[in-house]
Design a protein around this ligand. Structure first.
Ligand code: 5AD
Ligand code: SF4
Length: 379
């Protein structure tokens, strides 16, 4: 009988896509997927560190495997991803859950097969502080008709609340050549009707390449591949959203008219404290431009409420921005202090109760806007 594996994925699309790589590696080693973790010979947790809630869920779910591991000592449990890329958290895992066999981070993810094979004889605890972009391994694509294509790693922005630059490193763009060869393969397979280009900040794609290549150029090249597919992308940073890119989205039939453009706050003082590098006015002017140039465009956004020192009035600026733009969807998060980031050390942390009130208020507004939008569609 063949050996079975199970993967539990937390967090963003980048992680979902990286789990497709883990799956590819394990299947090449002869493992087969099982939807039941109780039956698995290998269980992988691909973790997320973006908010405390995500981390707590991981701790809870890994902890719950203690019994299973006791009854089946040959079971291999591996934990990887953004949470274990933080050395202190990785050490905490080792200490709290000595039954975990393999701990690795984000930079050495491509080594997971090797580590799992080793784990039959010894525990593996291996973190790297940086890593090359891995072009060797393929993906076991599992997102239906959509194929994810990673175009870059890391982030240079250091928004003061965000852990990503610490666990994913600086921006590294994949070469146009490698991206195009992957896209052509996907298109030629005829199995996908959508390709989604992934990066923490896709608008700054190619700035680190020589010669540099803009994201708009990359879109042109990717959509030029033969095949019947549309191209989406995420995530965009407002500070880097150029007119060239808006033009490309507007005029290129193969590019989906959907932009996820996190605003995070509608208040200028808070935006500055967040180190977002744009103002409310600038954000609104980009939205104007997008809407006037791309009819029927779908714009979505992320917001953080209860950032340190945020007053009720400043929160109301976020409410009014959401009311004004009437996004096609928003994600609203309570600010969660991440150790090691600038904002976690700021004075004036907001009590949980206040954050809850604000997030509920923002979500209620969002619900109202969506309801009205549906009514208008019906008319
Ligand atoms: N607390 C709450 N939300 C956060 N995000 C990033 N870091 C934090 C944090 N420390 C949100 C941002 C980002 C989304 C992916 O997660 O809104 O756009
Ligand atoms: Fe985090 Fe800001 Fe980079 Fe997005 S742009 S990953 S929020 S630091």
């Amino acid at each position: 009988m063949s050996m079975l594996y199970h993967i539990v994925t937390y967090g963003c699309q980048m992680n979902v896509h990286e789990s497709e790589k883990i799956s590819f590696i394990l299947e090449n080693m002869g493992y087969q997927f099982t939807p039941n973790r109780e039956d698995a010979d290998v269980i992988v947790f691909n973790t997320c560190a973006i908010r405390e809630g995500a981390e707590e869920r991981v701790f809870g779910n890994v902890g719950a495997l203690k019994k299973l591991k006791k009854s089946r000592p040959e079971l291999v449990i591996a934990v990887c991803g953004c949470m274990t890329q933080k050395e202190e958290t990785a050490k905490l895992f080792k200490q709290k859950f000595p039954f975990v066999d393999v701990i690795l981070g984000t930079f050495n993810l491509h080594k997971i097969g090797e580590y799992i094979a080793k784990a039959k004889n010894q525990k593996v605890f291996e973190l790297w502080s940086e890593g090359e972009l891995d072009e060797e391994q393929g993906y076991n694509r599992s997102s239906g008709k959509n194929a994810w294509v990673n175009i870059m790693q890391g982030c240079n922005n250091f928004c003061t609340y965000c852990i990503v630059p610490y666990v994913r490193g600086r921006e590294h763009s994949r070469s146009v050549e490698n991206i195009l060869s992957e896209v052509k393969q996907i298109a030629a397979s005829g199995q996908y009707d959508k390709i989604t280009l992934l990066g923490q900040n896709v608008n700054s794609y190619g700035k680190d390449l020589s010669p540099s290549v803009s994201f708009a150029e990359l879109l042109r090249l990717v959509t030029a591949a033969n095949g019947d597919f549309k191209v989406g992308f995420m995530t965009s940073h407002p500070k880097d959203l150029t007119d060239e890119l808006i033009e490309e989205i507007a005029t290129n039939d193969k590019v989906l008219k959907e932009i996820h453009l996190p605003a995070q706050s509608g208040n200028n003082r808070i935006l500055k404290l967040m180190n977002r590098k744009y103002t409310r006015e600038h954000y609104l002017s980009i939205i104007e431009k997008i809407k006037s140039r791309i009819p029927n465009v779908k714009i979505t956004s992320d917001f953080i409420v209860g950032f340190p020192t945020e007053t009720e009035e400043e929160f109301e600026d976020t409410m009014s921005l959401v009311e004004k733009v009437k996004f096609d969807g928003i994600f609203a998060f309570m600010y969660s202090p991440r150790e090691g980031t600038v904002a976690a050390k700021m004075e004036g942390q907001i009590p949980l109760e206040v954050k809850k009130q604000r997030v509920n208020k923002l979500l209620a507004l969002e619900k109202k806007i969506q309801k009205e939008a549906k009514k208008c569609q019906k008319k």
